[in-house]
Design a protein around this ligand. Structure first.
Ligand SMILES: NC(=O)c1ccc[n+]([C@@H]2O[C@H](COP(=O)([O-])OP(=O)(O)OC[C@H]3O[C@@H](n4cnc5c(N)ncnc54)[C@H](O)[C@@H]3O)[C@@H](O)[C@H]2O)c1
Length: 403
């Protein structure tokens, strides 16, 4: 196997910043076929700029002979992470693998003295989150979690507007996400749509995976990303024949007292940008977290829309290790989200939404499903901070779970 580094794992007792090669930092990408492709592209850009050295890949399913790796051509690929870290001496390990593999892979990387860029959700349970926190503690190593929306300047801007009283007294934050995922989404990987698999928690549901950013960004807007909510209410439903949820609503009673709701579905008719609404008694702020677009609406005034910049989390991690920037999404900043994952994990199984409430059709070999009236229902949830069952959806009854 070809590689360009002599492995020199740092002692975990030393400050990793002083042990990092000054330039470029050797990086290993774990998981190359799914979302890992997005990382591969941004890692190649960082490699071209000289910030990192993309030292190798790790995946039990290596890239095929026709895979040009986003134009790179060749990269050493290992099937075992221990071996990959030994050979490459990577100082940053990017983990973009199925949720239930995150903790074991992350612990292996930390044992080799490697920092982590870890995809969301960091872990499928609170117990695993605590184990990862403990492994990081005192190691001198850092873990950035892949909530790319938390790299947006829109969050700080919205929080400043609220602090300045731009929308008056804060009433709550309501978030709406309506996307469409066909059966192809659930057929792409064995773990897709699973709550557990092979005896392990997976917790792949609408709130914990595709709309994880909606939850994490709502918590960040409330200033509550780093701590457990006082109370969490969650309602899980499914229209697809899956084990996990695809249509769900969540209400968080935060410690600061700001109620936060997130209502989402993967059974809508299109893929509009999710909207977060910060409700005040004198106006509202709307944030589209996939577009970094913020609109301030105040009574008696024209709405004002701004497009804000977003920092790349991988670039931020490299800058942090050079002491040039604070980490934008460290693991501890995602503890509130970990509590939501735990609430979903421990909630009763999702309640099926009967086919009488759905439109179902086959197209291009895949099953499409939309739930009648779901977009309007989700908008009403975000407006009124209410759960589906409180809004009288006929399929939404007695499935609330609170911890
Ligand atoms: N931040 C985002 O916007 C975003 C978007 C999509 C997915 N994700 C996250 O990325 C992660 C991967 O999701 P996906 O949909 O790409 O999954 P996937 O199953 O489509 O792809 C996972 C990849 O990991 C590889 N893999 C599996 N087990 C492995 C192991 N033990 N060691 C090394 N490689 C292994 C698979 O072969 C595959 O290449 C998940 O955590 C998911 O939540 C994040």
């Amino acid at each position: 196997m070809q590689h360009g580094h002599t492995p020199q794992p740092p002692s975990p007792d030393t400050d990793p910043r002083s042990t990092l090669p000054p330039d470029p930092v050797p990086v290993l990408l774990v998981g190359v076929h799914g979302y890992g492709r997005v990382y591969l592209r941004s890692l190649l850009t960082l490699a071209h700029s000289g910030a990192i050295d993309l030292a190798g890949l790790c995946d039990p399913r290596p890239p095929g002979p026709d895979d040009d790796l986003e134009g790179h051509g060749f990269l050493p690929c290992f099937s075992d992470l221990d071996e990959a870290l030994r050979h490459t001496g990577a100082r940053i390990t990017v983990v973009a693998t199925p949720i239930h593999t995150h903790l074991p892979l992350a612990l292996t990387a930390l044992r080799h003295g490697s920092h982590l860029m870890l995809e969301k959700p960091a872990t499928p349970s609170l117990e695993q989150f605590d184990r990862l926190t403990e492994a990081l503690s005192g190691s001198g190593l850092v873990c950035q979690v892949g909530f790319q929306s938390l790299g947006s300047a829109a969050i700080g801007r919205a929080r400043r507007l609220v602090a300045e009283g731009a929308v008056g007294e804060l009433r709550g934050i309501g978030t709406a996400g309506t996307w469409k995922r066909t059966s192809a989404y659930y057929e792409r990987a064995p773990w897709a749509g699973r709550r557990r698999m092979d005896g392990a928690d997976v917790v792949d549901g609408a709130l914990t995976n595709p709309f994880a950013h909606a939850v994490a960004t709502s918590l960040a807007l409330a200033g509550e990303g780093h701590r457990a909510p006082q109370r969490t209410e969650v309602e899980l439903y499914r229209a697809h024949p899956i084990e996990g949820d695809d249509t769900s609503s969540l209400r968080l009673h935060t410690r600061s007292g700001t109620p936060v709701t997130v209502a989402v579905t993967l059974c809508a008719s299109g893929d509009p940008a999710p909207e977060l609404a910060v409700h005040g008694d004198a106006g509202r702020i709307e944030l589209s977290y996939t577009e970094d677009r913020l609109t301030l609406r105040r009574e008696g005034q024209d709405p004002h829309t701004e497009a804000l910049p977003r920092a790349d989390l991988m670039g931020n991690l490299v800058a942090h290790l050079r002491d040039e920037a604070p980490l934008l999404c460290p693991l501890e900043a995602t503890r509130g989200f970990a509590h939501v994952v735990e609430a979903v994990r421990t909630a009763p199984p999702p309640r099926p939404i009967g086919t009488e409430y759905q439109e179902v059709w086959r197209e291009s070999g895949h099953t499409h499903r939309t739930v009648h009236g779901i977009t309007g229902l989700i908008r009403r949830s975000a407006e009124s901070l209410a759960l589906f069952s409180e809004l009288g959806a006929p399929w939404a009854r007695s499935n609330a779970s609170a911890i």
